[in-house]
Design a protein around this ligand. Structure first.
Ligand SMILES: Nc1nc2c(ncn2[C@@H]2O[C@H](COP(=O)(O)OP(=O)(O)OP(=O)(O)O)[C@@H](O)[C@H]2O)c(=O)[nH]1
Ligand SMILES: [Mg+2]
Length: 194
């Protein structure tokens, strides 16, 4: 726990989603530094919940990185991971960041919101922002984020609607850290905490 009173100015951002979607990379983008290990691998990279802190626009932000808790390898210890996650975010409100790959929505992701509700409680969707990674893929396809959302498949649309359209797109590259993507996320987060 940091010293001082952060009430009203602190938030926990909990990164959730399938392996390889870019949870750790997005955490590093939010933090503006390389705290979490992020790499290409066919199996899980992050295997334990981890946290790191920063201050953004005067708000104390605790970023919590998690393993893919819905992976079969992890399922047996899902309770433990969710418990660790809750321990790490004990003080301050929680906003869940559901991380997905912008150009790859998989069958396994169709039920993520329901799985998150089972794991974290029924109010999860009211506290969730969808964070799409690999924004460059859209740029390369000359598609705006808005038309991506308009044209995406029905199952994904449903998830976005359940989260009341709260979504952002990130490009997690070293050179992207100076852009306004974190700013946009924090605007949404600020709005949710009001
Ligand atoms: N081009 C590009 N690559 C990305 C982006 N986000 C993540 N990646 C890459 O995708 C790979 C997986 O990213 P990770 O951050 O390790 O994914 P993760 O969700 O933490 O994976 P686990 O820890 O296994 O659950 C890495 O090689 C990242 O560099 C992005 O926005 N753009
Ligand atoms: Mg990871």
């Amino acid at each position: 726990m940091m010293e001082g009173n952060h009430s009203g100015t602190e938030v926990n951002l909990v990164l959730l989603g399938m392996t390889g979607t870019g949870k750790s990379a997005s955490g590093n983008t939010i933090l503006g530094k390389k705290e979490f290990i992020s790499r290409v691998r066919s199996n899980l990279v992050t295997t334990e919940c981890q946290e790191a802190e920063t201050v953004i626009n005067g708000r104390h932000v605790r970023v919590i990185d998690t393993p893919d808790i819905f992976d079969d390898e992890m399922k047996s210890s899902i309770k433990e991971h969710v418990g660790n996650c809750k321990d790490l975010s004990q003080s301050g409100p929680c906003v869940y960041l559901l991380v997905m790959h912008v150009s790859r929505f998989t069958d396994g992701e169709r039920d993520t919101l329901e799985m998150l509700e089972t794991a974290f409680g029924s109010k999860v969707r009211e506290q969730t922002v969808i964070l799409f990674t690999r924004g460059k893929d859209l740029e390369q396809g000359e598609m705006s984020f808005k038309s991506f959302l308009d044209q995406c498949q029905p199952d994904l649309k449903t998830i976005v609607e359940k989260c009341r359209g709260r979504c952002v797109v990130f490009e997690n590259h070293a050179s992207a850290s100076g852009s306004d993507q974190v700013e946009k996320l924090m605007q949404i987060v600020d709005g949710m905490l009001k």
